[in-house]
Write a protein of this length. Structure first.
Length: 143
């Protein structure tokens, strides 16, 4: 049985790409909307971590940095053993749109999940991106 392999969301932001880029690619920027704590080494192959206090943390590996237009990373699939090599890929694409930014987020790689894990993980990420992107908009609008 085939499953959707990707989640794609687009949001319109009032801030210019440089400001959105900072929110996506710095520890302070990420911790303002994506988790409660963040660390990042912004270079291909660089490592980072995002943590939701009292919940979980996620290790990330930076894969693509094309400032200020594309930022991509992989991260471990929640619920998989720590030594499992399967990861999903998240890519943010920024495009200037008037005085603001059109931000597209794509997460792919869900088809590699075991059948029994796929539905809950995919649903969790669909809901998670909706929630996190709402937090990004609120964070940028409030700062």
């Amino acid at each position: 049985m085939g499953f959707p392999d990707r989640i794609e969301r687009t949001v319109e932001l009032a801030q210019p790409p440089a400001r959105v880029w900072t929110a996506l690619t710095t520890a302070d920027g990420l911790s303002a909307w994506f988790g409660d704590e963040a660390e990042i080494d912004l270079r291909p192959g660089g490592l980072g971590r995002v943590a939701w206090i009292g919940e979980r943390s996620a290790e990330i590996r930076v894969e693509r940095v094309e400032e200020p237009a594309v930022f991509g990373f992989t991260w471990q699939v929640d619920g998989m053993p720590e030594d499992d090599p399967r990861r999903t890929y998240v890519e943010f694409t920024l495009r200037a749109d008037g005085g603001g930014t059109r931000l597209t987020v794509v997460e792919s790689g869900f088809a590699q999940l075991p059948d029994g894990q796929y539905p809950a993980t995919y649903r969790s990420h669909v809901e998670g991106w909706a929630r996190e992107l709402d937090e990004l908009v609120a964070s940028l609008d409030g700062s």
